[in-house]
Design a protein around this ligand. Structure first.
Ligand code: AMP
Ligand code: GLY
Length: 420
């Protein structure tokens, strides 16, 4: 089989590498991939917004299955478009992708189906939004409606911060804003819950906690994710049942009412308060770096799972996992998530010798004349599986120290809640 993977991050390198273990695969194409995927796949530099060219490439090269990694092409309707040409694609359609593409769509679904989530109001102009601030408690949460790469969320401690957030959103900092959300602040601990779906059924696909803030102690600006560990320390059978019954099943019913199934990964971002789940957000894809953290634990062949999702036979498959702890630390370019330098060589990368339970997934990297350069904010992901989070972390830290990349930084406290 020939497989195509859309995306260029650590998540896509992890999917590529884990799929590459399957002897049913003859070739993998990555659109556009990174220096890591270039070792095991063919990277194709193509404009992902140009669906016509992408489809032509897929048909001309007889690619049997496309896996979509990031949210943007999903929200833009790539799955619907390719399926019109009978191309097999793993990922949700455009209607279902609104779960991530529009926070207001998801909040309205929560309201209609009684899904536990923070109380909220939707505002279409800055005057009404600012008036609403007069009678609320702080902190409060203000969110842009549209996709903002995880950056359109403000936790505001007072009225001045809240007014600034409202102005920035309506000034178009995250693209044209017709509305914004003001939400009740939920004080709990976050957890990411993953499921994999065909149009008939779904299965659990692991839990994780990621660390989104750039500084140690979960402080500073929000990022795409600085590291993660799996499983989440919060998960238990009772909580899992509540998440499925109170959140995921009503969501699937809601989609079905508007004529849509769900196929692909679903990432349910939760706040857990006293063992009760509250939905913070949905993402219609695997998390990054949660994907890099979870996939190495998979025992069942990933290609078999994805194929079963595309033929609605997921119910026939048992998904098995290694009973290990996994921890991932992301190496970033200095300055991320704000301004950072690009095209800096990662000199020592060949010195990293990975043992069986260690992984290094590339993200913002590029290979020129056999040398590896950084081209993004998040550059490399170091992952280790072990019997304990403590051991996993030690191995990850040893590798990061061995690499000793002068332009990089990373959080040294990933997993601190699960370790001590
Ligand atoms: P989101 O993009 O919606 O996941 O929000 C980004 C981050 O903001 C989340 O991971 C939480 O840490 C935080 N957050 C979002 N909504 C809330 C809320 N209602 N209460 C507390 N924290 C929140
Ligand atoms: N790690 C957060 C995300 O993938 O959105």
């Amino acid at each position: 089989m020939k497989i195509g993977i859309i995306g260029s991050g650590g998540r896509e390198h992890a999917i590529c590498q884990i799929l590459n273990n399957s002897n049913k695969i003859d070739k993998i194409f990555c659109f556009p991939g990174n220096a890591g995927t270039s070792k095991i796949a063919q990277n194709i530099d193509i404009d992902l917004e140009n669906f016509i060219n992408l489809k032509k490439y897929i048909i001309d090269n007889k690619i049997d299955l496309i896996i979509v990694g990031p949210e943007k092409p999903l929200v833009d309707g790539l799955v619907d478009y390719l399926e019109k040409f009978n191309i097999k694609v793993f990922g949700p359609n455009k209607i279902a992708s609104q779960l991530e593409g529009s926070k207001i769509f998801t909040k309205n679904l929560c309201r209609k189906f009684n899904i536990p989530t923070a109380d909220f109001g939707v505002f279409t102009n800055r005057e009404d939004a600012k008036k609403f601030l007069i009678n609320i408690n702080f902190p409060t949460v203000i969110k842009a409606d549209n996709l903002a790469s995880g950056k359109g969320v403000y936790i505001c401690n007072n009225k001045i911060e809240a007014e600034k957030a409202i102005n920035e959103i309506f000034d178009g900092k995250f693209g044209k804003a017709e509305s914004l959300l003001i939400e009740e602040y939920l004080d709990g601990e976050e957890m990411s819950f993953f499921t994999i779906h065909d149009e008939k059924t779904f299965k659990n696909f692991g839990t994780a906690q990621d660390h989104k803030r750039v500084l140690e102690g979960d402080k500073g600006k929000n990022t795409g994710g600085m590291g993660a560990y799996s499983p989440s320390r919060l998960i238990n059978k009772d909580l899992e049942k509540k998440i499925i019954e109170k959140i995921i099943k009503p969501t699937l019913n809601g989609l079905s009412e508007i004529g849509s199934g769900y196929k692909g990964f679903l990432y349910t971002g939760l706040m857990i308060i006293k063992n009760e789940p509250f939905l913070i957000e949905y993402n219609v894809r695997m998390g990054d770096p949660e994907c890099q953290t979870i996939l190495p634990k998979l025992k069942t062949n990933l290609l078999d799972i994805i194929n079963a999702c595309c033929t609605n036979e997921l119910d026939k498959l048992k998904i098995e996992w290694l009973n290990k702890k996994s921890l991932c630390v992301v190496l970033c370019s200095k300055g991320y998530p704000e301004k950072y330098k690009k095209n800096i060589q990662i000199e020592n990368i060949d010195k990293i010798k990975l043992s069986e339970n260690e992984f290094m997934f590339h993200a913002g990297t590029s290979k020129i004349d056999n040398k590896i350069y950084s081209i993004g904010g998040r550059v490399l992901n170091f992952v280790c599986l072990s019997e304990s989070f403590k051991d996993a972390k030690k191995n990850v830290m040893d590798n990061l120290e061995r690499l000793n990349w002068s332009n990089g930084f990373y959080r040294k406290d990933i997993g601190y809640k699960a370790i001590d």
